[in-house]
Design a protein around this ligand. Structure first.
Ligand code: S3P
Length: 467
């Protein structure tokens, strides 16, 4: 039966489409690839209620801390994407008992800090930077055990020196391609020493890797960063019983080891990075009105809300509450005329994963949106600056690429086209959102990657699109 709010909105925007707006097909040359074809011939609008999948960052951390704790960790609302599946597979291979993954209830029987077993084979982090970088901090401190970690083509081309360097300063023994810059990496576990690491980049993966290594050190492991990055590790470390001090002003976190972690219940809120697709979709498609329920609004993640509000998007937060230590709200977004804005500086780490879809919003905003200080986007699952610049241009958008950002001048109507997503989940879904307000047909290659963070993206799109 339809949810009440969807039934209500259907009164104003009846769902009469007999066919799906988005069609999938598998190219003959590569059966593992999926191409999306989106045809928005008649005017459409987005209406109803969406529940986004669990937060990816929190899902990884719940599985990892659950494995390192003593006792049982019960996780509700886990993201069932490919990335947390990679984390679960790696920790199972090291002896953690993790029940079958589902969104209802997953249990992790922890084996205790420092107690992971040497795996019999290579640990494969798949496409997941968070799995690989956070796991390195854990493995490096497991004395007398040997590990080899790797990932897919994308992950093996992403920089690992940023975590290998501080771990080596702590005494870790790590070998890898190009002097430890790229996976595969081999780790011989050691007793580590605490350090004060001043990270040159605001990266929660770097910070969390050093914090995880610090859990087993005697004394204070300190990380400072140029701007504050997401703080899910800090919150969850505390909930599991670790001694953590945070100085938000100084962007500094202190972990006092050795810690003792105790299994906890974790409720994972909806992922604001997944919600961002629907926020932008409702903002740019005329006559839209979407309610996105149960979204995590941790202040270290809400840059996307602030940027859209600066663009004069019609966004309201309802039913604000705290769930298992994380702030949560329902977010209502209605179509409105957007204005260009500047996105740079300290806000960048707070919306780093939402920049591709914000670039789509900018293509529909009046004026030139300027994005700077975002060179990190070049080392994500793909080079997201080049991906957005080159492919949005194919839609007819006015975009210029800069070493650390983009200039996007909105107002030119977009036309459906054929685009490449380079197997990057956020790029594929961003183009699907752009296509909803483009004329004609859009074809998006290698869109199977949506399953990394949002396995139900296509059925959700079908449920909210009306004409
Ligand atoms: C993440 C941190 C961010 C983000 C990634 C998830 C995390 O990466 O882009 O999707 O869970 O810690 P960086 O730390 O590289 O900025």
């Amino acid at each position: 039966m339809a949810e009440p709010s969807r039934m209500a909105s259907a009164l104003f925007c009846p769902k009469v489409m007999s066919d799906s707006v988005l069609k999938l097909h598998h190219p003959a040359a590569d059966a593992t690839a999926t191409t999306w074809t989106i045809h928005s011939a008649t005017p459409i609008c987005l209406r109803g209620t969406v529940r986004v999948p669990g937060d990816k960052s929190i899902s990884h951390r719940a599985l990892m801390l659950g494995a390192l704790a003593t006792g049982e960790t019960e996780i509700r609302g886990l993201l069932l994407g490919e990335d947390p599946r990679s984390t679960a597979a790696c920790f199972r291979a090291m002896g953690a008992q993790i029940s079958e993954l589902n969104t209802e209830r997953v249990t992790v029987q922890g084996i205790g800090l420092g107690q992971l077993q040497e795996p019999e084979s290579v640990l494969d982090a798949g496409n997941s930077g968070t799995t690989l970088r956070l796991m390195l901090g854990i493995l490096a401190s497991h004395t007398d055990r040997f590990f080899v970690v790797t990932g897919d083509d994308s992950l093996r081309s992403r920089p690992m020196g940023r975590v290998v360097k501080p771990l080596e300063q702590m005494g870790a023994k790590i070998w890898g391609r190009q002097g430890g810059k790229f996976a595969p990496l081999a780790i011989q576990g050691q007793k580590l020493q605490p350090i004060h690491y001043q990270s040159p980049i605001a990266s929660a993966q770097v910070k969390s890797c050093v914090m995880l290594a610090g859990l087993m050190c005697e004394g204070e492991t300190i990380v400072t960063e140029p701007h504050q990055s997401r703080d899910h590790s800090e919150r969850m470390f505390r909930a599991f019983g670790a001694d953590v001090e945070v100085d938000v002003e100084a962007c500094r976190v202190v972990v006092k080891g050795p810690a003792q972690l105790k299994g906890q219940p974790v409720t994972v809120p909806g992922d604001i990075s997944s919600a961002a697709f629907w926020m932008v979709a409702a903002a740019i498609v005329p006559d839209s009105d979407l309610m996105i329920e149960n979204v995590g609004i941790n202040p270290t993640r809400t840059g996307v809300l602030e940027a859209l509000q600066q663009m004069e998007a019609d966004i309201t937060l309802e039913n604000q509450r705290t769930v298992a230590g994380e702030p949560v709200a329902d977010i209502r977004v209605r179509h409105s005329k957007l204005k260009a804005c500047r996105i740079e500086g300290a806000i960048i780490p707070r919306l780093i994963d939402e920049i591709p879809v914000l670039a789509v919003a900018a293509a529909f905003a009046e004026g030139t949106t300027v994005i700077r200080d975002a060179a990190e986007l070049r080392v994500k699952e793909s080079d997201r600056l080049t991906a957005m610049a080159t492919q949005l241009q194919k839609f007819g958008a006015q975009v210029s690429e800069h070493p650390d950002g983009l200039d996007i001048t909105g107002g030119t109507p977009l036309q459906g086209t054929e685009v490449e997503s380079w197997g990057d989940h956020r790029i594929a879904m961003s183009f699907a959102i752009a296509s909803l307000n483009a004329t004609g047909t859009t074809t998006i290659h290698h869109a199977e990657s949506a399953a990394i963070s949002y396995p139900d993206f296509v059925p959700t799109l079908d449920a909210v699109v009306h004409n």
